[in-house]
Design a binder for this molecule. Sequence first.
Ligand SMILES: [Zn+2]
Length: 402
Amino acid sequence: MTTRRLYYDDSYQREFSAQVLSCEPELHGSTPAWGVVLDCTALYPTSGGQPHDLGKLGDANVLDVRDEGEDVVHVVDRQVPLGAVAGCVDWARRFDHMQQHTGQHLLSAMFQERYGRPTVSFHLGSDLCTIDLRGPEPTEEILEGAERAANQVISEDRPIMARYGTAEEFAGLGVRKEVQRSGILRAIEIEGADLQPCGGTHVKSTGQIGIILVRRCTKMRQDWRVEFVCGRRASRAARHGFQLLHRAAEALGCAPDDVPGSAQRTISERDQHFKNVQALLRRLAETDAVAVLNAAKPEANGLRVIARAFDEESQAEYLSHFATQLAKSEKTVALLGRFTCGHLIFAQHPSAGKDMNALLKQVLAQFDGKGGGTRDFARGKLNDAAHAEKAVALAERLVSAG
Ligand SMILES: [Zn+2]
């Protein structure tokens, strides 16, 4: 039995009557469903890169439509009695697919004709559509040029029709695509622009594509994947893009046109501020180190041990500057921690004669964390920042005992 495909001759047919030939239980994912075969259908099955339709068969909702050899199987959510049934197509979904699919044929033709970039595959997704182009990377001019040429053909509202013939006949008409199937083939012609073997559903004139919007182009293995959207999707995408631009402009306090310049200036200013803060932190660490060293008394073994845990007021950068400064002083050991983030820095002047890396490992054996370094400078991070104070105290005990 072969299901007659009504959409081949009229892709605008939204309602149809058919005979239910079989209705067998099956699973749709993990939910119980029924697979229905009709004598004819206007519902398009997933094939040739175009997603399946949705719709109804009587009271049953169509969940999926698939090709099974010559048959079309409609997966529905309830049993459909054998005999006559009225079917209908979810038109908004189908028309969207038609806009995207015809738009794809047209855009591919423009890339091929104008820039010699053949389409090697395409995908009509639920959000974005893509074509994969072979050849060198398409420049911004090529992407824009193909989009402009396609939109020109759209504005000329050229007729689109299905033609039938053998592979040889189509080859004689300049069809580029290699066709494996024998017998009579179907091809879609966009007048004066494209002739392409295709079993999909298409709009009847280019004006119904509405508009084509080419978006990103990214490398995909050896090819270039071009994202595009057509029709209502294109206007939605353009509106969404403008909303994002508008929000960015508001955040930056500038006009939409000034967003790139303003973002660039803001980033430069941020980088400059960062450098200034770094310089100030270094100077602060130097001054603090002098004050701390003046106040510290050497222990019995002649070492000066500065052990301290800092709160969130101190910057992480300050900590390492401070440690470095302290360790410039003879016989000095600096044992620092931050109990907001659990960072530890152990540093010494080489004359202190301890091993900071070994000391850190000993402390981390007691309090979980990771880190390492050299004999004179080691840095670590505790898994639990709340242990910073105890970790520093332990390090101080170990240094004094050793
Ligand atoms: Zn097609």
